[in-house]
Design a protein around this ligand. Structure first.
Ligand code: HEC
Length: 169
């Protein structure tokens, strides 16, 4: 019988205060979340896909053994044209050319170690899933393959690429 009724007239003001502060807390949380999300975008690498070792390893597998990104994007050297281990994905002249006229052919693959300059992680994930570059840039020229990776694979490639050190020169 003496159980407190939250809707008792005496309790009402207290309840209103509780609900108001809950609403205030929720809205300030929303502001924080919004501020965080507005930090992403071109030129501002978002979170940290690279902090998950399993994802990074899966990305390395795709880059080195499935998509073979290294065949075009990694420089070679020495007597036998081997890859220079510490320079993977730092860009290279292509060691091959088309046998028929291809006016659009790109003679070199750019530096993408770390991430292409000015791209966010999400820009790169989107590119690997759709072939679309950010900022309305035209699609890359051949022989860059138009990949259609699924999101987990695209995120894994980005995670791995983010672990590589961009070349300094
Ligand atoms: C057969 C060669 C080849 C392979 C394999 C290849 N690329 Fe490329 N990639 C290129 C070339 C050439 C360009 C430049 C195209 C241009 O200049 O228009 C390029 C462009 C890019 C760009 C655009 C960079 C920018 O700044 O606009 C990204 C990102 C990229 N490649 C990522 C990858 C990834 C990741 C893989 C593997 C999953 C890969 N590429 C595999 C040749 C290749």
């Amino acid at each position: 019988m003496a159980a407190t009724n939250l809707f008792d007239p005496i309790m009402k003001p207290a309840l209103t205060i509780i609900l108001t502060s809950a609403a205030l807390a929720a809205s300030s949380l929303a502001i924080v979340v919004f501020a965080e999300s507005s930090k992403s975008g071109p030129g501002r690498p978002t979170s940290s896909l690279r902090n998950d070792p399993e994802r990074v390893e899966h990305g390395r597998y795709i880059v080195h053994q499935v998509g073979l990104c290294i065949d075009c994007h990694s420089p070679r050297g020495g007597e036998h044209g081997d890859f220079i281990e510490e320079k993977h994905l730092t860009g290279s002249e292509l060691p091959f050319a088309p046998t028929v006229p291809m006016p659009d052919w790109a003679p070199a693959a750019p530096h993408i170690a770390g991430m292409p300059a000015g791209w966010s992680e999400e820009n790169m994930v989107h590119f690997l899933m759709t072939g679309e570059r950010p900022n309305n840039m035209p699609p890359p020229r051949p022989p860059m393959p138009p990949y259609r990776l699924n999101r987990p694979d695209a995120e894994a490639v980005v995670a791995y690429v983010r672990t590589l050190t961009p070349a300094t020169q």
